[in-house]
Structure formats: C-alpha cells, structure tokens
Design a protein around this ligand. Sequence first.
Ligand SMILES: N[C@@H](CCC(=O)N[C@@H](CS)C(=O)NCC(=O)O)C(=O)O
Length: 192
Amino acid sequence: MLKLYGSTTSPFVRRLRIWLANTEHEFINLQIFDGPDRETLAARNPAMKIPMLEDGDAIIFDSRMIYRYLTEKFSFPKPSWEQENHLTVIDAVNDSLVQILLLERSEIDTNADHMYFRLQRERVDTSLQYLDSLVTEGIFNDWHYPSICLYCLIDWVEFRTLHDLSNVPQLLQFHRDNSDRIEVTATDPRKD
Ligand SMILES: N[C@@H](CCC(=O)N[C@@H](CS)C(=O)NCC(=O)O)C(=O)O
C-alpha cells in the first residue's frame, strides 16, 4: 500500500492527502522537528523535508515529484505547462512563508527592514495578487490538483495567520467556496 509521510499541518502534505482521498493509502503523521520522528525522517530523506511517498521499494521526495509519480502510476491526465506555472507560483508563496514561519519560531523579527524579509514579502504579495486574478478568470473553478494546492495554501496562511489576505478577496471567496468539501474538512489541521 502507498505510504504518505507528513504532518497534518503542512500544506505540501495536505494537498496530497486530498489528492489521494479516493486512493487507498496510509498516512504517517510525523513530528518532524524533534524526537524519534525526526530520526524516521532522516532515515528516509536526507533532505529532511515532508512529504515523502513510499511505494514498495520506491521512495519519492517532494510534493511536486510525488504528484508526478502518482500521475504516471495511475495514468492521471498530465498538467498543462500553464498549470505547472500556477503550481510554481503557489509553491513560491508556500516556500517563502515556510521560511517566515521558521524564522519567527527562531524568534527572529521578520518585520524588520532586511533585504531577505523584503524579498519574501514582495514575492508573497505579487504571487497572491496574480493568483487572485486567476481566480477571477475562472482558472480554479474546477477542483483539480492546482486548485487543491491553492486551497491548502490559503487555508494554511489563515490557520497560521501568516499574511493579511484582505486585499485578495477572490482568494478568500475561493477559500469559502471550497471549505465544506468532505476531503477538506477531513484534513483540517485545526482538528488536532
Ligand atoms: N518543495 C517541497 C517543500 C516541502 C517543505 O518545505 N516541507 C516543510 C513542511 S511544510 C518541511 O518539511 N520543512 C522542514 C524544514 O524546512 O526543515 C515539496 O513540495 O514537498
């Protein structure tokens, strides 16, 4: 059986839990930052990040690669190049905000006026504006993989209060429109 290693709070993991909602798999919930689970992580993935997928002898790192692996394994339709770009923008916001979160947990003031923080905030702002305009165009009307990734990003930003979303109303509407889906409520990180 497929084994997905991750945590309930990671937006990179949640997107795959939702994508795999109708595919038999085991979800292994790890506390990645300390304790015995960190050894489980290190033993499987030298990059020490989640998610990772185990399929028999194969182990795949990185949500993007796992998605590609699943697409090939189950002959799902391939994403278009346009959708790949949408995923890149969604991942860019995710990555920058993971950095901000880790810095804040390291007791660093990320609101200070430093180039590194400015670059992350600027990327987050421009990317969210872009994604907001894509919602207006109807790009995320269907519940496909990029929509799932976008939902997990927005929900995580709200859950962790990482960024003010008041100037991206279409993203907030998209979030409200999809929040009652069964696979969304089943993977809500607030349930823990
Ligand atoms: N590009 C990776 C990013 C995964 C990622 O950043 N995961 C975070 C959790 S949300 C993580 O494992 N962080 C551990 C660390 O940075 O030490 C993917 O798409 O899977």
